[in-house]
Design a protein around this ligand. Structure first.
Ligand code: DC
Length: 228
C-alpha cells in the first residue's frame, strides 16, 4: 500500500530484551487495526544468515558484506506476527535459537547492518498503520511518530517472565543463565555507539513490573486514542 489519506501514522515501541514489547505490541496492533513489525527479527535474520555462512560475527566487515548479499523479506503471518524469509527460505522458526540470541547484539551493532534494516523499516513505516517494535524506533527510525512508547521492567522480572515461557514450552533453562544472557545483551545494546537503546526524549515510559499483559495493552490503547 502506498501512503494514502486514510493511512494513520506509525507507532514506535522500544525497550530492553524481554520487556514484553513483541507480545504486547502484537496484541495492541490487533486492537487498533494496525500491522505489526518486530524489527528485532530483522537483526536476528542477519545474524542467522551470517552464522549459516560461517561468518565470524565479531568481524564487522564480514558481517556487513553478508548482510548486503542477503535477500530478505518481511511478511505478516496469520496470527498478526511476522514471517521472515532469507534468500527465499522461511527462517522464522530459527530466529530465537540460543545461537542467534548469543550473537545478535554483535551483528546489530554493525553500522552497515543498521543502515540496511533502517531503510527497510522506514519504507514500511511510510505505508502507515503499523506498530513497530525495537530498540531505536522512536529515536532513529521514526522520530516523528506521534506516539512513542518505551516499555521496561526490572531485569529479574523480565528473566522470570522468559523462564516461565521456556518452562511452558518444555525447555529446561536455568533462571540465572537467562538473567545473565539478557543483561549481557542489554549492556551491548545500550552501550553501542550506533543507535543505542534509550527512550526518545518524548517517549511515554511504562514500567510493566506491576502491570499485567492486559493492563499494558489497555494502557497503550488509551494512549493511542489520544493521538490517532
Ligand atoms: O528484540 P530482540 O531481542 O528480538 O532483538 C534482537 C537484537 O536486535 C537485540 O540485540 C537488539 C537488536 N535490535 C536493535 O538493535 N534494533 C532494533 N530496532 C531491534 C533490535
Amino acid at each position: 500500500m502506498s501512503e494514502t489519506e486514510s493511512a494513520r501514522p506509525p507507532i514506535a515501541i522500544d525497550g530492553p530484551a524481554v520487556s514484553g514489547k513483541s507480545s504486547v505490541g502484537k496484541q495492541f496492533a490487533v486492537r487498533i487495526g494496525y500491522r505489526f513489525l518486530d524489527t528485532g527479527l530483522m537483526y536476528r535474520a542477519a545474524t542467522w544468515n551470517a552464522v549459516q555462512n560461517g561468518v565470524d560475527v565479531n568481524d564487522s566487515q564480514a558481517v556487513a558484506i553478508a548482510a548486503e548479499r542477503m535477500e530478505f523479506s518481511v511478511a505478516d503471518d496469520e496470527q498478526g506476527g511476522n514471517l521472515i524469509t532469507v534468500n527465499g527460505e522461511d527462517v522464522t522458526d530459527h530466529l530465537h535459537s540460543t545461537q542467534v540470541d548469543d550473537s545478535v547484539s554483535a551483528v546489530a551493532a554493525v553500522g552497515r547492518v543498521r543502515e540496511i534494516m533502517v531503510a527497510e523499516q522506514r519504507r514500511l513505516a511510510g505505508e502507515g498503520d503499523i506498530v513497530m517494535v525495537g530498540r531505536d524506533i522512536g529515536t532513529v527510525v521514526i522520530p516523528d511518530a506521534p506516539l512513542k512508547i518505551y516499555l521496561t521492567a526490572s531485569a529479574r522480572t523480565r528473566a522470570i517472565r522468559r523462564h516461565r515461557d521456556f518452562l511452558a514450552e518444555g525447555t529446561d533453562v536455568e533462571l540465572e543463565d537467562i538473567l545473565s544472557s539478557m543483561e549481557r545483551r542489554d549492556l551491548v545494546d545500550s552501550s553501542r555507539a550506533d543507535s543505542p537503546l534509550r527512550p526518545a526524549d518524548d517517549a511515554r515510559v511504562i514500567d510493566t513490573d506491576s502491570l499485567t499483559f492486559n493492563q499494558v495493552v489497555d494502557l497503550l490503547t488509551e494512549l493511542a486514542k489520544e493521538v490517532l
